[in-house]
Design a protein around this ligand. Sequence first.
Ligand code: ATP
Ligand code: MG
Length: 137
Amino acid sequence: MEQTLVIIKPDAVKRKLIGKILQRYERAEFTIRAIKIIQLSENRAKEFYSVHQEKPFYNDLVAFMASGPCVPLIIEAEDAVMRNRELMGATNYKEAKEGTIRREFATSIQENCVHGSDSAENSHKEIRFFFTESELV
Ligand code: ATP
Ligand code: MG
């Protein structure tokens, strides 16, 4: 079994999509191992997305991620990283496949409702970014 990190982003929280998105993960047979609702500060958002600091969209992305509460969760399944990336769909929702979370719920390239770790190594780091040992079930 593999674990990976998902964030239900501020756009989806504002639009009251937490329940619908969690349902998508449960329906796809992921087990939710940890969950919380938090508000990222600008500094924490900067740190989380620091791999993108040279990108033209970085400042906007940081402001967006700090614009309201978000919901980090740890999900578990076989091949969780890859299966989550498939379930989320392409970064640009217009290119995302039918049936994916982003295709169904995203409203722009930036406001695409969910984040998912892109490798096993990053999953591990990102889980530690949001959760302490005692919060893991
Ligand atoms: P995430 O890391 O959030 O799971 P991703 O791995 O599909 O998404 P990345 O390339 O890592 O995509 O980009 C991180 C986030 O930055 C995207 O999810 C999106 O919110 C935003 N983003 C990416 N590309 C653009 C862009 N061209 N314009 C605006 N925002 C963008
Ligand atoms: Mg990414």
